[in-house]
Design a protein around this ligand. Sequence first.
Ligand SMILES: [Zn+2]
Length: 172
Amino acid sequence: LSVIPDADILAEKLQIPFLSHRGAMHSIIVTFLVFLPVFAVYRKTAFPYFLALAQHSLVGDFLTGGVQLLWPLTTQVYGIGLSITSTTNILMEEVAFIASIIIMVKTNDLIRLFKPRKSNLLLAIPIFTVLLPPLLNFPLAVPAWLIPPHLFYVLIFLASILMTLKSNSLHR
Ligand SMILES: [Zn+2]
């Protein structure tokens, strides 16, 4: 879920109106409007998903450049111009990574990830978004400390997909 706001990169390339990168899809107002019904239905179970999304669009992108935080009220960009390679940003990313593991363990999502389910195949999307940038811009300047979290997620997502594919072929 955390990579979804960056679908606006694609939208911008396709020249879809109002969808510029770090625009509407990174707005705190749009995020709350979208999550209001989700919270109403799923209550606190929706919270980890909200955190995943907010960690990217409202925290990470806010720290490293800026976002149209108050779209549609204003297209003004708000943010702190931290470098992706700055210690503060790396620390924030690592804290979010550790928090995500704790949440996945507490909610049993980590166990659920290794049970074959068709929806696990959707994990191809985050794998694709992690692997595409380094393939397009090789070598990509990523701080070494941020490589292990990426590898961790790519590996557990890949294992989850392979497990689902294997069980599907067994059932055939
Ligand atoms: Zn973004």
